[in-house]
Design a protein around this ligand. Structure first.
Ligand code: ATR
Length: 266
């Protein structure tokens, strides 16, 4: 019920001149299947899914695309004309779309990438980086087995590294992404020393509460350009609209501003 998605999608209904609304629905895990099946009779074009429903929904919808299977979670459901439910994952598009909008010169193959964390967010980020052609991804996680599982499943450029190598893993990277929950409101800060991080490296976070995580504050104070997590939420929206309504709204400065003000509570 704290979701900022309604603010974003309802902004786009206005921007696109469409009659419609995006509503937050608090669904208990036991009610997920019935809720998803109710979308069609209630007249919804689709929905987004958030924690803890992203995995469970995969077994409920009628078709899951390869992207969502690879990432292991559904972020978006489309009610098709015949009433069947299609599930996909747009989180990776959100991460990449935001990097491209805010850092137009960014290239995935510009150098090694360090990804901290190996949960659901990390899988979407790693998938996106691989799609964009990253040549080396150093995946560091507190629980090494989870990083190893992603490296094995995704293959290619991903190398799993133990948690105590996280500081050294920043050596020579072009991009470092925090995908752990460390630094989120109510959580302790990410314990990561930036002394090995090249001055030209781009630090990014997928956390957006707070808007600037302590990790990014530390990086900004060291002189780095940084990429916050709000943009990932903003940029997974247009691909969902493409599927729901066959139009792609734009992530405007005004929208970003409204979202930032809402999250900051101003
Ligand atoms: P999400 O789906 O949002 O990515 P998640 O799947 O719960 O959430 O993943 C959380 C990530 O934060 C994991 O990489 C987790 O590490 P573990 O796999 O070892 O659990 C990481 N994380 C959570 N608390 C942490 C902590 N205190 N120190 C380091 N990493 C932590």
């Amino acid at each position: 019920m704290h979701s900022r998605s309604p603010l974003m999608h309802n902004y786009w209904f206005e921007q696109q001149g469409l009659t419609g609304t995006y509503v937050p629905l608090a669904i208990e895990p036991e009610g997920l299947a019935a809720a998803l099946r109710a979308l069609q009779p209630l007249g919804f074009a689709g929905c987004n899914l958030t924690i803890p429903h992203k995995q469970d929904a995969m077994a409920i919808v009628d078709e899951v695309d390869d992207v969502a299977k690879r990432i292991g979670a559904i972020s978006c459901v489309v009610v098709r004309d015949d009433g069947s439910l299609f599930g996909t994952n747009n989180d990776w598009l959100g991460f990449i779309g935001n990097l491209k909008q805010t850092q137009p010169d960014w290239r995935a193959d510009a150098g090694p990438v360090a990804v901290i964390g190996a949960g659901g967010g990390s899988r979407a980020v790693c998938y996106g980086l691989m799609q964009e052609g990253a040549k080396e991804i150093r995946l560091v996680n507190r629980t090494l087995e989870k990083a190893e599982a992603i490296a094995e499943e995704f293959g290619g450029p991903i190398r799993a590294l133990p948690w105590d190598e996280r500081h050294d893993a920043l050596d020579g990277v072009a991009l470092v992404v925090n995908t752990t929950s460390q630094g989120m409101v109510g959580q302790s800060e990410l314990d990561l020393h930036l002394d090995r991080l090249p001055k030209t490296a781009l630090p990014a976070d997928i956390i957006y509460t707070p808007l600037e995580s302590p990790f990014l504050t530390q990086a900004r104070e060291r002189g780095h350009a940084t990429v916050g997590g709000l943009g990932m939420l903003l940029h997974q929206g247009p691909p969902a609209w493409k599927l729901w309504f066959d139009v792609e709204p734009t992530v405007t400065e005004e929208l970003r501003d409204r979202m930032e003000r809402s999250i900051a509570g101003t």
